[in-house]
Design a protein around this ligand. Structure first.
Ligand code: ADE
Length: 227
């Protein structure tokens, strides 16, 4: 079974519409929609915004629904130069840019005990997500920087480029990657750019988020069709 996680209704509704034999279960206030899409068993969840919501959701998908893989879908802010609205970033890996134990000597983003900064996405899933994009959008493969912060400041995007060579930023992917790494469950992510994570982001986000979310959902549906 494939688990699909989006943070907001707009990021999951088109995928939910394609589902047959849907059953809804609410656990920890997160709705999980279990059903069949293009003949494949899927559980889809709207986790809510932020790392804790995403982590709780990913762990429930693994422990309760027994998913074999998790795909994260949704919108993102652009971080790398040259990435524009409606481009898709397929995650090669994730960092959590708000993890900071640097005062005690660690590099920023370093997750103690697991002792790593970058959480690798499954290469096979990433390749199949990339081919599912087709001509829906321009795409790049890269690092997605996650934090409990809507980034709307070009000094912060510069920092994410300098520290992590990030392509995009979001608020959930790194937490899902962290949970999946602990549990040994393969994961991947497609994130479509809604804004430039700079001072214009607050204006651009409401205007472009729905279109970007729809582009990602279409990609995920194509990925499921090809399973
Ligand atoms: N998701 C979409 N745009 C974002 C931004 N600017 N910062 C964090 N997450 C986002």
């Amino acid at each position: 079974m494939t688990g699909i996680i989006g943070a907001m209704d707009v990021e999951v509704e088109a995928i939910k519409s394609a589902m047959r034999d849907e059953e809804v279960k609410i656990i920890s206030e997160i709705p999980f929609f279990k059903g069949i899409i293009h003949g494949n068993n899927v559980v889809l969840a709207r986790c809510g915004i932020g790392k804790v919501n995403a982590a709780v959701c990913a762990q429930i998908m693994i422990s309760v629904f027994g998913v074999d893989e998790i795909i994260n879908t949704g919108v993102a802010g652009a971080v790398a130069h040259g990435i524009k609205q409606n481009d898709i970033v397929v995650a090669e890996n994730f960092v959590q840019h708000d993890v900071d134990t640097s005062p005690i000597g660690d590099p920023i983003g370093f997750v103690s005990t697991i002792n790593k900064i970058y959480f690798e996405a499954d290469k096979n899933i990433a390749a199949r997500l990339k081919s599912a994009i087709g001509d829906k959008a321009r795409s790049v493969a890269g690092t997605i920087a996650t934090g409990d912060q809507f980034v709307a400041d070009k000094r912060i995007t510069s920092r994410l480029r300098e520290l992590f060579n990030a392509s995009a930023c979001d608020m959930e992917g790194g937490a899902i990657a962290h949970v999946c790494t602990l549990a040994g469950v393969p994961f991947g992510a497609v994130r479509c750019i809604s804004d430039s994570a700079d001072e214009n982001a607050v204006m651009d986000y409401p205007e472009f988020a729905a279109k970007a979310a729809a582009t990602c959902s279409a990609t995920v549906l194509e990925y499921i069709r090809n399973l």
